[in-house]
Design a protein around this ligand. Sequence first.
Ligand SMILES: [Zn+2]
Length: 377
Amino acid sequence: MKCPNCKKANASHAKFCHMCGAPFITAISNTTTLGTVSVSDYVITAKPNYNVGYASPAYEITNGTATVRKSGNTFFVTASTYCIIQINFEAIPPPPPPITITSVSNNTTLGTVIVSGNVITAIPNYRVGYASPAFEIIKGTAAVSKSGNTFIVTASINCTIQINFEVIITVISNKTTLGTVSVSGNVITAMPNYRVGYAKPAYEITDGTAKVWQSGNTFIVTASTGCTIQINFLKKRIPWYVVALVALCLIIVAFFVIKSLSSSDKPIKVADTENVIFDPQKLVGLYRAKIDGQYTTLSARIEKAISQDEYQIKIHRGIIINNMEKGITFSFTYCGGKNISSSDFTNGELDLDNLPHIKITFKKDNQLWILEDVLPL
Ligand SMILES: [Zn+2]
């Protein structure tokens, strides 16, 4: 064996040169069936077999001290002592069989897909988005990550990924103060406020084409294009029977108001005094009477008939008339001859219950008419 330094011959198993003292090196293969090694001076040349490369680490100093620099199949050694360098070969694993990634669209009228290697690019049409889930592995096994319209597929076997497109359904409320709306996929949920229902129609397709099926507050939309659905809320009306009841009450109240007005305020014809004796009904009318020394308007009406000849008469005070018949003077007196006074009126009405025998005297054309005891109390 020649010394790598002084080139002098040495013993075959010498560890250093017996002439100059330079260290020898030895190279070994970790597995000779994978590759062989040869040494020339301080340079190791490795010969890996077919489909063989280097393990990690590619070499090991199993004995001694040295630094090694690898360059391809060549290892340059700087040894400070005798050393053994082991080259670590390793079979190169056969390349995995090619994986085919296929992608399909759930609905090609909504969007298409393009596959390049393990990257799927989805192209949704106008007003189309992604359903939930946005993709499905319909064949094989894979891991898919979505980012926008890009789907990265990690697979060790052939696989088919379906991209799920879905039309974008927009929902709006006709009046948000009456109710709010939300949409999830093709399902619209409407939330009417208290005492709010739905108008007719309950919904309108304001954009696009769609079919809508309503069930309570849920609206199922079937659309092949993006669309906008407006939900029409409407304040609930008062039920017709409540309206009718209120109207009926108003009519009844109005009836009694009109009746009371007509009975108290409506002027009554002035009595025909000529027939007053013979027909007590003719007493009904307006009179001017002297009460407390002043002429006052009175009205008399028959309250009820007791019998054919007996009538109960009420006399009111304070009805204004403009056309008192001239020439008639009246005096209302009690049976005892006392004149009627203001104190006999309560709330403008003569209290006949306490005046059992009233005598009414009429005077017309200097003829005196006396009606006595017409009030059968
Ligand atoms: Zn030497």
